[in-house]
Ligand binder design. Sequence first.
Ligand code: GAP
Length: 708
Amino acid sequence: MAGPKSSSEGIRGNDVMDKIVSLCKRRGFIYQSSEIYGGINGFWDYGPLGAELKRNIKELWWNDMIRQRDDVVGLEATIIMHPQIWKASGHVDTFMDMMVECPLTNRRFRADQVEPQSGTVYHFKGAVEAAAALKNLREISNKDRLDARTRDRLDSDEAEVLKLLQSSGIPPNKWDDVLQDLTRTFPETDCRSRGVGIGEISVLVRAGEHASTAWKRATEFYRKQGLHIPFLEQPIIEQVKDSTAFNPENGVKLSAPRPFNLMFKTYVGPVDVPPLHRYTFEDPQQSEEWFERFNESQKNVAYLRPETAQAIFAQFKNVLETSRQKVPFGIAQVGKAFRNEVTPRNYTFRSREFEQMELEYFIKPDEAIEAISGRVAGSSELDPQPSTLNLQPTWGWEAWHKYWVEERIRFYESVGLPRTTLVEYWQKPAELAHYAKACVDILYKFPFSKRDEKGELMGEELEGIAARGDFDLSQHQRFSGKPMIVFDEELKAAWPKLDPAKQTELKERYYQSRFKYLKKEGEALERADAEPLVREIKLAQAEKLARADAEAFTKGYYVPHVIEPSAGVDRLALALICNAYAEDQAPDEKGKMESRVVMRFHPRIAPIKVAVFPLLKNRPELVKKAREVRDLLRPHMNVFYDDAGAIGRRYRRQDEAGTPFGVTIDFDTLGEKRPELQDTVTLRDRDTMKQERVKIGDLLPLLREKTR
Ligand code: GAP
């Protein structure tokens, strides 16, 4: 039998994405949410195969991050939390995207995602209603006294307006009606001048496009503003290069960027409800007022969480006290997150509702490591393949950070993404959040990723692994007033044994790092131009608090630092789907080669592990045996039973579903012709399409081994 011949590599990005999207719909991986109502942008549903795939992803992650380790525990927190959490985390004030809008289509874009464009820009200052323009032009009584150039311009304007009116299909005797119509519709405006100053619009015309596009777009724009037949003022023309100010879809100049908070707001519970009997609710206005005043008051505003991480920080103390863990240790969570993305795009890649798998791994500050171990091991001292077996007490934040990067890449490899499809991107200092010491993004080379100058796919983010210092716990300590410090027995014991010079050095370093964080509030006031005295008081307070923290440090207390590997379930599902998609040749019933679509999922992640087929569905002995085999395997793995259609077609359906193994029960299984083959089945491998004869008794251990 022929082996696989080609994979998705080599098929162009957009083409392959179209094929993947269509397969996902056809086979029940992913559907558009609310499709029967036209869909809702940025929301996706997972069908039977997609739901299994996502479940496998989450289970493997949970198993890898929690169950296989002694130092990580799980959490499942609520989606809606106290709004102060989002104040402390910075999301209320800074979780914004700069957004721009196209005045013609009202489509919104993230300002940083607009492609740079070059070409000729036509700036239109405004437009007038053509009928009004004609009237004005005809009423100019002193044309003879004007200079020749102006006269020519007025004549050409008149010809232009006439042309517009004639091509409008409105008969000349009705042109005046248009004006009257306008006066009726906009009684407050003088229809003769209506249009001038309605709004400026600029349109970029790229090389190869016709200049008339600019007039077409501007006319559409003024029509949208209410003009029947807009007559455009002569535009000012300018050349631009690599400008991000224009809509890439139609060349229209975008609005100025405005901040847009990405959190979804909601309202919790009826607060301050007035006596209900005062409201009859028969009057719609009254019921609306009631709703607005008492359901949507600012008092009960809450947010759908934009990340799962904050719940981990908020529950840090509870988990620490109830789990018997000691720093270093981690808390992990999987769950929904919501972001009102300005431009959801690339299929499920940027959605408005998605799932995250996040770990907050709490570590000792480097000063504590040095006090306890005498030195801090950097990332260069890491084993090439670090594992839970060789975690070292000397590791500082850099080593832990690198360790988690390696761990996460190893995880991606274990679910079937080869290292060659991944990119380890170290954020540059200017790209880092102000509190982050380092951040590595793990990118997957999606078919829709941009390409570099060499034509290589650059990849898009699957996961970010950030070294966040003690920022998060410190923020919650500050906002909640509850201490987030831990007591470290080892540090307390080590401290008196240090020589005094070392003690002074470490204490000073710890003081400096706390002061750096604590003085931020004062610095923010400085930026906000607050009274110098208020600033000074804040800075003095910061210094005092930092001194107290440094003193507590010498007694074994500190705010733990954190390394955060944060991954998206949906992005990984999409990466696995893209990676699995392949086309090759396979023989049909008669041995003739035909093209086949096959999803080459790693068996560990495949939605269905094995399909069981009776060769013929109208032979009760075959069906009975096949059902026995299905029932034997079913308690241990996801099994699909299929008796409909020719066996070749059944194989093909499972190839598209990505099922790695197919078991066929045939007449040999019954021992009809060859008794020595009784109670054996054929086991077909999806990728090689090879078939081997296996005893039913050996099937379960074999398949368990192969899908582990
Ligand atoms: N707690 C850190 C955090 O949330 P992030 O980089 O904003 O960091 C982490 O998000 C991961 O969540 C991303 O790497 C991505 O996999 C996933 N993610 C973020 N926004 C997403 C979106 N709009 N749609 C799908 N996945 C998203």
